[in-house]
Design a protein around this ligand. Structure first.
Ligand code: HPA
Length: 275
């Protein structure tokens, strides 16, 4: 399926416009990271289920709300949770929320996710700025007829906007938060990887692995938004860790990182909005 239908995006955007402030920066908050939205001033929450055409997630840790509000003077719109291909959604549904942020006027979209750490320097609880991705999901939201939005063969050299990444590194220093950097491999899931798959991913140049983000970043780039992303390393990838992986561990580690994540995102958004 190609990008979401324009008429569907318009009707969802019309619905949200009267309920949240017109946003400049959009945020997609992944597993266990949705709490950030609660720190916004003048918070208004709109559940995904009430928004026309917006898909809803049944996954724990994905609350399913749009949260509009202000960070200082910056109007921000957060997505508390996302939907994934492994839930059975087609790619146009998976990227619908991110495309809606763009439709509502977000010039910048920051995505977060939970990921398994592969690189030797990553430990559970670390935050990793994504420099690039390896899309092994087998999906791409641009498959299908080209309807004129963006290029037929989009360049992916700067999918993770270099200017936004610079600002993130500066914001991390200013906020006193350690921020690693690395390549994110996006897999379909819902199984976690086998140890052999993790060894393969390491050889391919992946530093972390997860089940989201790449498709949204592809769609956002196509729609002219500047996108960047941070992973919360919630566990060591399979085979590196001696323990079996569990979603409970993923959520618990993401919650522990909440305070650092909040400080980093706040400093980052302030830097983005600074003239
Ligand atoms: N693999 C894939 N997705 C994940 C992981 C992982 O180890 N941790 C959190 N999301």
């Amino acid at each position: 399926m190609p990008l979401p239908d324009v008429a569907q995006l318009h009707s969802a955007a019309d619905f949200l416009r009267s309920r949240v402030p017109a946003p400049q920066v959009g945020l997609v908050l992944g597993s266990g990271l949705g709490g950030y939205a609660d720190s916004l001033a003048g918070l208004s929450k709109v559940s995904y289920a009430s928004v026309p055409h917006m898909p809803t997630s049944a996954i724990q840790g994905h609350a399913g709300n749009f949260c509009g509000g202000f960070l200082g003077t910056v109007p921000v719109l957060c997505m508390q949770g996302r939907v994934h291909s492994y839930e059975g959604y087609s790619t146009d549904r998976v990227v619908f929320g991110a495309c809606l942020l763009r439709e509502l006027g977000c010039t910048h979209v920051l995505l977060t996710n939970a990921a398994g750490g592969i690189a030797a320097d990553l430990a559970p609880g670390d935050l990793m700025l994504i420099t690039d991705h390896i899309n092994l999901s087998g999906q791409n939201p641009l498959v299908g007829p080209h309807d004129g939005r963006g290029a037929r063969f989009p360049d992916m050299t700067h999918a993770y906007d270099p200017g936004l990444r610079e600002l993130a590194l500066g914001a991390a220093v200013a906020a006193g938060v350690s921020l690693k950097q690395g390549v994110y491999a996006s897999l379909l899931g819902p199984t976690y990887e086998t140890p052999a798959e993790v060894r393969m991913l390491a050889r391919l140049g992946a530093d972390a692995v997860g089940m989201s983000t790449a498709l949204e970043v592809i769609a956002l780039g196509q729609l002219g938004a500047r996108a960047a992303a941070i992973s919360c390393i919630t566990n060591l990838a399979a085979g590196i860790s001696k323990q079996p992986l569990s979603h409970d561990e993923v959520e618990a580690t993401a919650k522990e990182a909440r305070d650092r994540f909040t400080r980093l995102l706040t400093a980052w958004i302030e830097a983005i909005a600074r003239p």
